[in-house]
Design a protein around this ligand. Structure first.
Ligand code: ATP
Ligand code: MG
Length: 229
């Protein structure tokens, strides 16, 4: 089953009088349960593409079908609801809310979706244990290391059991050991929940851990051969 499908996606940004074509008829098809790495030089449009898939932004033309819904046709509030139910997002700079504790950060997506109940609280406790931070529930983000914050962010991204997990350079700000722990966590969560993962990375080594590797070049996604590990 196709989980993410882009058909003829165009996205142009205006900078003064200059038109900057970022996505130029991009096609992409990702099956449910695949883990896909997205490579491409800085400015090639990787974050722009992720924003299309999550419905944060919409294309100028083309279809963006995620979980069988063409989200390019939805209004902003419908896209927000869509995102809250179907998408998890992990950012390079963690994006935890500094005034909320680790547990409150973790529960925020379920609270926003109006599903904060005992089942969600149990899942939060279970996820915190799985990311190795069971004893840090009451800590604030600034009291955690970067790697610990990112493990909380990964747990937060999956707490509502999204069908699609998007990550934009999730290890770009971490050292090798912390990076490796975060990638192990992604692998564990993906295999436990058969979520579909689309991850932007600059690292070919990280890309090698994914089932498919794409490179965004000149606004088009090219399939690369996965190196055998
Ligand atoms: N809101 C915006 N307004 C104007 N230009 C934008 C906007 N968002 C992105 N761009 C431009 O679109 C191009 C692609 O940006 P994008 O952030 O998708 O690149 P990227 O591949 O994620 O790069 P990086 O690896 O540096 O994160 C860039 O040239 C950027 O300047
Ligand atoms: Mg980017």
């Amino acid at each position: 089953m196709s989980m993410i499908r882009l058909r003829g996606v165009h996205k142009t940004f205006l900078e003064g009088n200059r038109r900057h074509v970022v996505l130029d008829g991009t096609n992409l098809e990702i099956e449910a349960g695949q883990t896909v790495a997205l490579l491409g030089r800085s400015g090639s449009g990787k974050s722009t593409l992720l924003n299309m898939v999550s419905g944060i932004d919409v294309p100028d033309a083309g279809e963006v079908i995620v979980c069988n819904e063409n989200i390019a046709c939805l209004g902003e509030s419908a896209r927000t609801l869509f995102r809250r139910h179907h998408v998890g997002f992990v950012f390079q700079f963690f994006n935890l809310i500094p005034t909320l504790t680790v547990l409150e950060n973790l529960l925020l997506p379920v609270e926003l979706a109006g599903k904060l109940n005992n089942v969600a609280r149990e899942r939060a406790a279970d996820l915190l244990a799985r990311v190795g931070l069971a004893d840090r529930a009451a800590s604030y983000p600034e009291q955690l290391s970067g790697g610990e914050q990112q493990r909380v962010a990964v747990a937060r991204a999956v707490i509502h059991r999204p069908s699609v997990l998007l990550a934009d350079e999730p290890t770009g700000n971490l050292d090798e050991a912390a990076s490796s722990a975060v990638l192990d966590l992604f692998a564990e969560l993906v295999s436990a929940s058969d979520v579909t993962l689309l991850m932007v990375t600059h690292s070919r080594e990280i890309a090698g851990r994914c089932s498919r590797v794409l490179e965004l070049r000149d606004g088009v996604a090219h399939e690369l051969q996965v190196q055998g590990t």
